[in-house]
Write a protein that binds this ligand. Structure first.
Ligand code: NAD
Length: 363
């Protein structure tokens, strides 16, 4: 029986529509080779939605997302909307969508592709073979804990306050995503906390250890966040999957991503309890190169692979996309952002055409 998946597409702003168009063509080409049918609803978000409807996340967009099996997002934002009041800014649309879909888990891979190893600022022998997934809790912790704010003390001095808080339920659900992600990868999970100092981290460590009983096939380790930051740049190959809270994950996922050195290559996934996940590149809308056919579409294409693996449970099709991305790089095709001497310069569109030809040639 033909498998059907319904996807909401959110091209957004800047280079968004260009890279989305390549990703959708790649997905259609892959689907045509498997017994799969993808249907699409395109909806507005960010600046494009502001121009059309006056708001960055129209109700129809959120509704379309909720009704789909997965959401593929490109990027939002641009100079044109930078001075609007916060409520009408493109970023507010993105945050509204994450909240509206209850996306509490953010998955960010940092994979060193052998063809782009020299883009890393670290030595070849340190980064060669790095393949890390950072699972970050996204809707709790110090960014949301109460009380928060800038208060005045009895002496009239101002005092800034944020609260790092996690409930057992919040820790358990992100821990499960961590273990399940590790199961789909190398079977190793490192939980990062600051349990030597923070009570909230002690609870985190206790719960992750308790949840581990249900995942005997995953090897669990714990690191304090300061040590984890050191180990990431000292010996990153020791990591497979990392699970951590919102603040530590924010910092460590950027550090891990930069091991790879190329922002145009990095996908991400945000997952909720049951509804659809959102899959998008880590980079922004790159307004400086929008509309010039200069954008690298590979992070968007790899976001499709993440969508297939983590959102639609189609790991084999996901691997096929990752293989074809490797093949275009092996053959020397490069957009401007990853160009190096002796390689073949291509634009966004041509990169898409080469990908599709390879998918068809692979048989
Ligand atoms: P950016 O990621 O858009 O661009 C940073 C640099 O990387 C630019 O020089 C850009 O040309 C380059 N770049 C990014 N993606 C590329 C690609 N696929 N191919 C080739 N080059 C690429 O970050 P920025 O300049 O800080 O932000 C631009 C806009 O994007 C802002 O409005 C910002 O708010 C928004 N933004 C959106 C998201 C999102 O949609 N999730 C994330 C970050 C920034």
């Amino acid at each position: 029986m033909t498998k059907q998946h319904h996807i909401t597409l959110l091209p957004g702003d800047g280079i968004g529509p260009e890279i989305m168009s390549v990703a959708v063509e790649v997905l259609k080409a892959i689907a045509s080779k498997h017994d799969q049918e993808f249907t699409f609803t395109e909806a507005l978000i960010g600046g494009a939605a502001i121009d059309e409807t006056g708001e960055p996340l129209p109700a129809e967009t959120l509704e379309a997302c909720r009704k789909s099996d997965a959401v593929l997002l490109a990027a939002i934002g641009g100079y044109k909307w930078d001075n609007l009041p916060r409520q009408q800014r493109p970023e507010t649309g993105l945050l509204g969508m994450r909240a509206g879909l209850g996306l509490f888990a953010n998955l960010r891979p940092a994979t060193i592709l052998p063809q782009l190893i020299d883009a890393s600022s670290l030595k070849r022998e340190v980064v060669e073979g790095v393949d890390i997934m950072v699972v970050r809790e996204l809707t709790g912790g110090i960014y949301f804990g109460q009380p928060k704010g800038i208060f005045e003390t009895e002496t009239g001095e101002q005092r800034g306050v944020n609260t790092m808080a996690y409930s057992v339920g919040e820790i358990d659900r992100i821990a499960k995503v961590g273990f399940e992600t590790a199961q789909k990868r190398g079977g190793k999970l490192c939980s990062v906390d600051k349990a030597n100092v923070l009570d909230v981290s002690q609870l985190w460590r206790d719960r992750v250890t308790a949840i581990a009983q249900d995942y005997s096939d995953v090897e669990l380790s714990h690191l304090y966040v300061d040590n984890a930051a050191m180990q990431l740049v000292r010996a990153p190959k020791q990591f497979d999957t990392i699970v951590t809270g919102n603040l530590f994950g924010d910092i460590l996922s950027d550090a891990a991503a930069m091991l790879t050195g190329s922002i145009g290559m990095l996908p991400s996934a945000s997952l909720g309890t049951d509804g659809p996940g959102v899959f998008e590149p880590v980079h922004g809308s790159a307004p400086d190169i929008a509309g010039q056919d200069k954008a690298n579409p590979l992070a968007q294409v790899l976001s499709v692979a993440m969508m297939l693996r983590y959102g639609l449970d189609e790991p084999d099709v996901a691997s096929e996309i990752e293989t074809v991305v490797n093949q275009v790089l092996d053959r020397g095709y490069r957009t401007g952002d990853i160009m190096s001497p002796g390689m073949k310069a291509v634009g966004c569109k041509e990169m898409g055409e080469v990908l599709i030809k390879l998918i068809m040639d692979n048989g």
